[in-house]
Design a protein around this ligand. Structure first.
Ligand SMILES: Nc1ncnc2c1ncn2[C@@H]1O[C@H](COP(=O)(O)OP(=O)(O)OP(=O)(O)O)[C@@H](O)[C@H]1O
Ligand SMILES: [Mg+2]
Length: 312
């Protein structure tokens, strides 16, 4: 797949000495949705700032659309859109003008139809003549998105696009992102809603302390690191695990009244194990009253990965 963005040995040390990016190597493919996940202060916004020209890298190179950003940023910058994390737009401007201006900023001819389409898709058409300062927080965020969309970028950064946005609007945003993907826009988003990455992303990168800890296809990551957890409520408590089921990754919990299975591979093995396990229990004459079974989510994976990092 054609790379659209290549980060090579990218580091950023802020003037106070803080290393916000530490030798980041990352290739983004044309047309993909890439979710960058990481705790507060991990370096997500710094990474985006480096690509979008707000942060000067301390070392390393950034190539976007084949251009070296240090030498040739103008050519690439016009094709990159950004929805920033911080609201920084001109509060006194009416919505329509701010969004139209943003298009002109990137050297595009005015296009009223395009602006109308963008504003309508974000439910901002009715607000087009309002000053941005008079809008609610969620609507202000939508204006930022409208501004980024107005110049029809090929590569779009969304830095926490749905922070502080209500559930309905968040779903609306997902639809817009999906629509952009179908038009061939490459999207890099950061989010604290892991559900969002799970829903949208093709690939996921996990960043912590300025280092990329892991990058993988979302499905592969979930299959490789996913686990099944099953709690089997026993009709009568057990004092020990019978030898016939001891080969499974099981433990007794709640004073022996619950048998817990934690294992599998995120690709069906866990369910098969639990089915076999319940048969083995019945063969032993051990009855149960219920089974609660769940597959781990990207969130569980994320939390356990960061936990390992902390421990290590
Ligand atoms: N302008 C700056 N000067 C000095 N340090 C900075 C500056 N901007 C960010 N940092 C520091 O760099 C680190 C990374 O910050 P960054 O904003 O990139 O994190 P983030 O992953 O986007 O976090 P969040 O999830 O909270 O948005 C943090 O420790 C932050 O305090
Ligand atoms: Mg940030």
């Amino acid at each position: 797949m054609e790379p659209i963005l290549e980060l090579d040995g990218l580091s950023k040390v802020y003037s106070g000495g803080l290393k916000a990016l530490d030798d980041v190597n990352l290739t983004i493919r044309k047309g993909e949705i890439f979710a960058l996940l990481g705790p507060n202060g991990a370096g997500k916004t710094t990474l985006i700032g480096a690509v979008c020209g707000m942060v000067t890298p301390t070392s390393g190179t950034i190539r976007a659309f084949g251009h070296d950003m240090a030498k040739d940023w103008r050519k690439a910058r016009a094709r990159i859109g950004l929805v920033p994390q911080e609201l920084s737009t001109d509060m006194f401007e009416p919505v329509m003008r701010a969004v139209s201006y943003s298009r002109g900023l990137f050297g595009l001819a005015p296009d009223k139809d395009r602006i109308e389409e963008v504003l309508r898709s974000l439910s901002l058409w009715d607000k087009r003549d309002e000053r941005i300062m008079a809008l609610s927080g969620g609507m202000k965020r939508r204006v930022l998105i409208a501004k980024a969309l107005a110049h029809e970028p090929d590569l779009l950064f969304l830095d926490e696009p749905t922070a502080g946005v209500d559930v309905e609007l968040r779903k609306g945003m997902w639809r817009i992102i999906d629509e952009m993907r179908s038009r061939g826009v490459t999207i890099i988003l950061t989010t604290h809603y892991i559900e969002e990455a799970e829903e949208m992303a093709d690939r996921v990168g996990i960043i912590r302390g300025g280092k990329i800890v892991m990058v993988d296809e979302k499905d592969a990551m979930m299959a490789r690191l996913g686990r099944t957890e099953a709690h089997i409520a026993l009709a009568a408590p057990l004092s020990q695990i019978p030898p016939s089921i001891a080969r499974y990754p099981v433990e007794l919990e709640q004073n022996g009244s619950s048998l817990c299975y934690r294992g599998g591979d995120g690709a069906g093995k866990g369910k098969q194990d639990v089915a076999a396990l319940t048969k083995a229990l019945l063969a032993e004459g051990i009855d149960y009253t219920g089974i609660d079974i769940r597959e781990s989510s990207l969130e569980d994976i994320f939390v356990s990965l960061l936990g390992e990092e902390e421990a290590g």
